[in-house]
Design a protein around this ligand. Structure first.
Ligand code: NOJ
Length: 802
């Protein structure tokens, strides 16, 4: 595909692996991630964003201001100042956004972002990335003199520091200046920064562990260092801003060190460029461990940490090594993506499934719904529910990482099968909210993993329960189900608790009586999956019980929850139904219709009827809405959904996660053309054409798009961290292209638009590359006539495991 221009702000490159933004004034900061699973940073198209190590709330490294205007600040800034004309600009456009630039371009790639600008006759290029195998953040810079005279420049690399708890920094920073230390280490030729006290307790209460932040942060460069600053107030100057720091304006740092105050790290270097000359250099930032949590000492010469710092400094001052790390990063993503590549007649689908959809899942796998522009990294932690869905793409490339994550999630289960709803790494704390679906996502993750890998040993790994004692993964799985089966209400449906998948139905079951139809369908789905697994493994003990429970729940839903043309959403604490034609608002919800089909509890007739109802009441040109009509009146017996503005969020928006389930349900029901229509209605590439309306990044799914029930119909929000990416990817690959992992092997069962004459899927499966070509000479939607394997006709739709 040629460069693909999406809208007036940007295009995809020919290989699809970069999105190029050609003007900085996008309708919102357009983000990317630089991370390796430990060190992580968000980086916007203007260099904005924050970095953290392991966890974004408790271990934030650099500062980012929410609610700030101008947007998207601060960031990783490099100012270039011409000594002769005493003028300067920033290489990332921000924060010197008032200046007129001759050129701007940002290339968001896989795990890196490159910003190219021209100003004052200098062309600057800065590439931000984090190598896969070193916990270090790199800003690789090239400067070129575009004029025919020699240029004498000063370079200032600047970052605001937090080094600890970001929530504490946000709410208590002016009162909390007693703990940071920043100084220049002349031997290491680096800024060294640390913090004497580390707030990690949830809620940022007064009671805190008695310890220091356990690292020294080192900021350095391959250039000779002329000056430095550790005191932000001094570097910026009184009543100034990042756009005009006093030190940059004067052309000289103040060489400030702090033992209390507002910390930053600034390095000043000089650079001479002959006419037309280009030079390259690097700034970088990394951590070394403090020897003790009870020391205020500076980094000691020849200590373990000091030697470690020297070793890393030596390596990364070498530009050849930095380039090697960048090439390895690119190779990592090439290899990652190669594990699944599709080729269909639909170029947009290919681009999304092969690159961006997959990349977005990789981001959600590590950031959950936590470290993002819209989620701030302060509140949510890693959600168990989200985590166990964010594995679909990662699983194909990195099954080991998914395995480790499942074991980690198991460790947040209690002995009775209940679970923390979310967790925070490092402090190992979390919230037990009482959402009814949370425990069931653990079996969901385990089963998804086993179907892909057939690594049944996982089931016999022992993991400790959160409240003590331990059990095998199989026991964890059974406990999750038993807990849910013991949590049924009057109609034999799962009790709602504090919510189900829909967090905003938070008061439906708060008194312990409300029941959820979607949750019950999900439970039925899990039971069906577990029955399949136990049958496959010959684990007889629970088979009979679970088969009976599945039928009971399916019957209860069909008996009590069929409203005539669709399934209701649930029963409230007072026993009254909601999501029913009898209600004045919120008459129909998409979730229970989609999952009636996905869980197999709906018969053919009800499948048809409920999906038709979705089409009739919930459809919009940008995909199906989550519910209709939206709530205009607050209903305290339902909760937050009814407090959202009609047409936005869970109150009637096109909530893409739900839309992806409707898409999947249509595929399962065999309605290929309708499913394909939903796919394109929701595809960001299509909706982002009108970028000033849509606002979000065109290269990733957003959580929701405003529906026609609000005047801003078509506006998206909460990009990046959403389960829609997971489910659209899974549904396209496994149910539309129909290449689906089962315990016995890869099943081939496509459901495609009849206009497609052929397509192919290359996929790694259990260590073997499968090259699958599907021909559709008769232009059908569905139905496999024959299968050939290695030149021979094959009598099964499940391909063998080689
Ligand atoms: C965002 C949450 O992270 C996700 O788990 C949830 O399902 C949706 N909100 C819907 O409420």
């Amino acid at each position: 595909m040629k460069n693909f221009q999406v809208n007036k702000y940007g295009y995809f490159t020919e290989d699809g692996k970069e999105f190029v933004i050609t003007t900085p004034k996008t309708p919102a900061p357009w983000m990317n991630y630089i991370w390796n699973g430990r060190w992580a940073g968000l980086v916007s198209h203007t260099g904005g964003g924050y970095s953290f190590y392991l966890t974004p709330r408790d271990n934030r490294l650099t500062r980012y201001r929410y609610n700030c205007l101008p947007w998207d600040q601060p960031g990783r800034y490099i100012y270039v100042r011409d000594k002769k004309i005493a003028n300067y600009f920033s290489l990332s456009w921000a924060p010197t956004i008032e200046l007129k630039y001759d050129y701007y371009e940002c290339r968001h790639g896989l795990g890196y972002t490159k910003i190219i600008t021209e100003n004052l006759g200098i062309r600057g290029e800065v590439t931000y990335f984090v190598p896969r195998d070193y916990d270090i953040e790199i800003w690789l810079v090239k400067l070129k003199n575009l004029t025919n005279e020699r240029r004498d420049l000063d370079i200032f690399a600047y970052i605001e520091l937090i080094m600890g708890n970001a929530l504490n920094d946000l709410i208590n920073q002016p009162n909390d200046k007693h703990f940071p230390d920043v100084y220049f280490d002349g031997d290491l030729k680096s800024i060294v920064a640390t913090r004497r006290y580390w707030v990690t307790n949830r809620g940022v209460s007064v009671a805190q562990p008695n310890h220091a932040w356990p690292y020294y942060l080192i900021f350095s460069t391959s250039l000779e260092i002329k000056g430095f600053d550790g005191d932000k107030e001094k570097f910026i100057g009184r009543w100034r801003s990042n756009a005009n720091p006093e030190a940059v304006e004067l052309g000289s740092c103040f060489n400030t060190e702090i033992t209390a105050g507002d910390p930053c790290a600034v390095i000043q270097s000089e650079l001479e460029l002959e006419e037309g000359e280009e030079k390259e250099f690097v700034f970088f930032m990394f951590l070394v461990d403090k020897p003790s949590l009870h020391t205020n000492e500076r980094l000691k010469r020849n200590s373990k940490a000091y030697n470690k710092a020297s070793e890393i400094l030596n390596k990364f001052k070498n530009l050849g090594f930095v380039h090697q790390k960048f090439d390895e990063l690119k190779k990592y993503w090439d290899d990652y993506l190669k594990t699944l590549q599709v080729k269909t007649p639909d170029e947009k689908l290919n681009l999304f499934v092969n690159v961006w959809n997959r990349y977005q899942i990789a981001v959600t796998f590590d950031m959950s719904r936590n470290a993002g522009y819209y989620h701030g990294g302060l509140l949510f932690g890693t959600g168990i529910r989200d985590q166990m869905q964010d594995i679909f793409g990662e699983l194909i490339a990195n099954p080991k990482r998914v395995r480790d994550r499942i074991l980690e999630v198991c460790s947040y289960q209690f002995k009775d099968g209940s679970m923390l709803h979310n967790f925070f790494r490092i402090s190992r704390t979390g919230e037990k909210t009482g959402h009814c679906d949370t425990p069931l996502w653990l079996p969901f993750g385990i089963i998804t993993y086993l179907k892909e890998t057939a690594d049944f040993n996982l089931l016999y790994e022992k993991v400790e329960y959160y409240d003590g004692g331990s059990g095998t993964v199989l026991q964890h799985l059974i406990k999750a189900i038993e807990y849910s089966l013991n949590n049924l209400g009057k109609h034999g449906l799962l009790k709602f608790g504090r919510g189900d998948w829909n967090d905003t139905l938070d008061y439906v079951g708060v008194k312990g009586k409300g029941e959820t139809v979607w949750g019950s369908e999900f439970l039925a789905y899990i039971l069906r999956e577990v029955i399949e697994l136990f049958n496959y493994l010959g684990l007889k003990q629970f088979l009979k019980k679970y088969s009976e429970e599945y039928l009971k729940i399916a019957n209860n839903i069909n008996r009590f929850c069929w409203d005539g043309k669709w399934y209701i959403r649930g029963f409230k604490d007072d026993g009254k139904p909601f999501g029913s034609s009898k209600n004045r608002e919120g008459k129909i919800f998409a979730n229970p219709q989609a999952w009636a089909v996905i869980s197999g509890i709906a018969d053919e007739e009800r499948t048809k009827m409920c999906l038709k109802s979705v089409e009739k009441y919930l459809d919009t040109p940008k995909g199906p809405k989550i519910l209709h009509p939206p709530f205009t009146k607050v209903d305290p017996s339902i909760g937050l959904a009814t407090r959202c503005v009609p047409g936005k969020k869970e109150n009637g928006a096109i909530f893409n996660h739900v839309a992806s389930w409707v898409f999947l349900a249509e595929l399962i029901a065999g309605n290929a053309e309708r499913a394909y229509q939903i796919y394109h209605a929701t595809l960001p590439l299509n909706n982002a054409i009108d970028a000033d309306l849509y606002k979000m990044e065109p290269y990733v799914y957003s959580e929701y798009v405003t529906s026609p029930d609000h005047p801003s119909f078509g506006e998206a929000s909460h990009s990046w961290l959403t389960g829609s990416s997971d489910w659209f990817f899974k549904s396209v690959v496994e149910y539309m292209l129909g290449v689906r992992p089962t315990y016995a092997g890869l099943l081939i069962d496509p459901c495609i638009p009849s206009s497609w004459k052929s397509f192919s899927v290359n996929r790694l499966f259990r260590g073997v590359e499968y090259r699958i070509e599907v021909l559709n000479p008769d232009g059908v939607n569905k139905g496999v006539k024959e299968i050939w394997v290695d030149g021979k006709k094959y009598g099964d739709r499940i391909l063998p495991v080689f």
